[in-house]
Design a protein around this ligand. Sequence first.
Ligand code: GLA
Length: 385
Amino acid sequence: MPHTLTTLVSQASAGLGCTPDVIAAAPGRVNLIGEHIDYCDGFVMPFALDRNIVIAAKRTNSETATLRSAGMPTATISLAAPQVIGEPTWTNYLRGVIDGFQKLGYTIPGFDAYIVSSVPGGAGLSSSAALECATATLLEGLLGVALTKKQKALLCQKAEHNFAHVPCGIMDQFASTFGEENRLVMIDCQTGEPTMVPFENPDLAVIIANTNVHHQLSDGGYAIRRKHTEDGLSIIGKASWRDVSMSDVEEKWDMLGDPVNRRSRHVVGEIARTQEAAAALAASDFARLGTLMYASHDSLRDDFEVSCAELDLMVHIATEIGTAGGVIGARMTGGGFGGSTVTLCESAQAESIMATMRQRYETETQIVPQIFCSRPSRGAHLVNV
Ligand code: GLA
């Protein structure tokens, strides 16, 4: 799959079949640490991938948006009426974002659009957030307006809530919007403010391993986990997870009951691990960072129960390669129930680590994984036409 932005831009323009008026790009994300705590006032540490969804569009004199993408039937959305959930399902991300702009009072001009992507879908790498953020950026371009990054991310999150029925936190849309080259997007999800954390050490590489086992966040597993954390907080009786200590969880263990007690232990532990990981990264204490990543995976597997055999296997392979082979740490990334792992390693060893992961994973599962490296890249933006 070609994935450079330049390639995607040419493909989108060629697919459109005429010179575009506007081209928008928005990336997927990978999360280094801080999983399933963005909806718990926690800290998360994602970065924008160098893999994007690109939309090229031409204004028309109609009141419709015509959407095309390779291998997909053409879809048409009416811009004259309020947006409603419709078919095909993927258009709901666009409908939700259009709805957000209409609710801000904008009249969207008719347009034809062609969409291309290098963000693997259903892989826990936020292809849906990338589609939402690319759509929002495209609409900004078509309307000649600019929302603040935060406003745009929140509008896209709302689209996901209302049009895809996934009660997601803010991590994915923030990472896709705020992403910058060589920067992690450390988000304090209590204040809703991101801090750009330098990540430019050329000796460090990040490997993303898509197990090619697909999960469906909207099948309920995600929403149930979120509900468990809400129940946990209400039983503990604090206003925010940031005010909860591990001893609070231990004191209320029986009252919380299983599995809410284990879900609560994950939340409190993961918030602490993410803060510690930020400190370890700042101090270049990579051994500590790696230990925290493994601990995060264990907690997601045992206490939060969002991992699966394939994710565990991929992390296990990385663990076995170990520090001797250049691996610093590994864990599942994203919502879970399939999807991808993230492995931090020494750049010099990245190729051989990827080869071992590919070969061993395929031998043991008969599934061909998709494994690649990515560096923190630019967030959603308009591409000069
Ligand atoms: C999905 C959601 C995010 C976040 C992660 C888990 O990607 O969209 O908001 O909750 O799962 O960390």
